[in-house]
Design a protein around this ligand. Structure first.
Ligand code: 5AD
Ligand code: FES
Length: 352
């Protein structure tokens, strides 16, 4: 590894910041040794803040109906082969009940942008979950909504919101999305969420079509300035019914490299080793944890709908019961010396 790389990594660890050009250099000149050094440092800072605890989030994919048409996504509205479903309130509550039994203390309610789920429907549901499980956090992942709506959902008791920015490069964003979707609006949503008081998560895909090292550097700079409480990154995986079906997917090594860098930029960030990472490699999630991630998000959705929430091809865990996933993940984490804990897993913010 050259001296410049070494110096950049050392400085990143101390200052949590590099210039855009330096981030780009770090990405362009990635080598095994640099990856190892970054992972060592990332694991050390994560250890200082979160120990060897791994937080689990029970993901409830409650509707795959979506008005958006993101070019990379398997549940985009143009995909006529997608078998659409919507869970009832009763179904969702039963996922929570099972999840609670299994030791989950965060429920992530995720869906496509489904107009059926108005604030009038969602607020009572959130209130109900919070009253049944007062020791649990509710995370929403419902896409773009108005500031007023975000405020109402927050007032109903939602604690966290995940909205990946997808790419911090506006021109790149426009190549991945149809003209009616707006980069500026998405970024505005993220600022609104944080201002309202949600623990807010942004994130992006690694290896998405047209992505360059410069664009990844922009993502890192955005994360440095936005300082999210959570950050979801995972490899892009082509879906057979999208325009990007023949594109190459993102890689394990680059994703893990970026996880380590993000841990050093925002030491206390809640950083998942995503299901997509587990999809591209049998031990991808373990490798993610060993690169500085500290969260896993197994599926709590009913097995009957799991295959239908197919953002990308070959998604794992679509045939398993929730209990199987939870056990499997515990074993996987134990196998690398980490422990899945029964805990809300809030951010341990060092500085605000
Ligand atoms: N591959 C990987 N991730 C994807 N997502 C959507 N489609 C894909 C794909 N083909 C990610 C997006 C979205 C999140 C819910 O899933 O980043 O924000
Ligand atoms: Fe689902 Fe292993 S995490 S089966």
């Amino acid at each position: 590894m050259n001296e410049r790389l070494k110096e950049l990594i050392g400085r990143l660890e101390i200052k949590h910041s590099l210039s855009l050009e330096e981030y780009e250099y770090l990405i362009e000149n990635r080598c095994e040794e640099a990856a190892k050094l970054l992972a060592e440092k990332a694991v050390r800072v994560r250890q200082e803040i979160y120990g060897r605890d791994v937080y689990v989030r029970g993901l409830i994919e409650f509707s795959n109906i979506c008005k958006n048409d993101c070019l990379y996504c398997g549940i985009r509205r143009s995909n006529k082969d997608c078998d659409r479903y919507r869970l009832s309130e009763e179904d969702i509550l039963s996922c929570c009940e099972q999840g609670y039994e299994l030791g989950f203390r965060t429920f992530v309610l995720q869906s496509g942008e489904d107009g059926y789920f108005t604030d009038e429907i969602l607020c009572p549901l959130i209130r109900k979950i919070k009253s049944l499980y007062p020791d649990c956090a509710v995370t929403l992942s419902l896409g773009e909504r108005s500031r007023e709506s975000y405020q109402r959902l927050f007032d109903a008791g939602a604690d966290r919101y995940l909205l990946r920015h997808e790419t911090a490069d506006k021109a790149h964003y426009e190549r991945l999305h149809p003209a009616e979707m707006s980069f500026d609006h998405r970024m505005q949503c993220l600022r609104d969420l944080k201002e309202i008081g949600y623990q807010t998560g942004c994130g992006f895909m690694v290896g998405s079509p047209f992505q360059t090292a410069h664009m990844l550097a922009e993502d890192l700079k955005f994360i440095e300035t936005f300082r999210p409480q959570m950050c979801g990154i995972g490899p892009f995986i082509p879906h057979k019914a999208t325009p990007f079906k023949d594109e190459p997917g993102g890689g394990l090594e680059l994703t893990c490299y970026l996880l380590s860098i993000i841990r050093l930029i925002v030491p206390d960030v809640l950083l998942p080793a995503t299901t997509a990472l587990g999809t591209i490699h049998p031990t991808g999630r373990e490798k993610g944890i060993l690169s500085g991630a500290n969260v896993v998000m197994p599926n709590l959705s009913p097995v009957s709908v799991r295959k239908k929430y197919e953002l990308y091809d070959n998604k794992i865990c679509t045939g398993e019961e929730s209990a199987e996933c939870r056990n499997c993940l515990s074993l996987r984490m134990e196998s690398i010396g980490y422990h899945v804990v029964t805990d809300r897993g809030d951010v341990k913010r060092l500085l605000t």
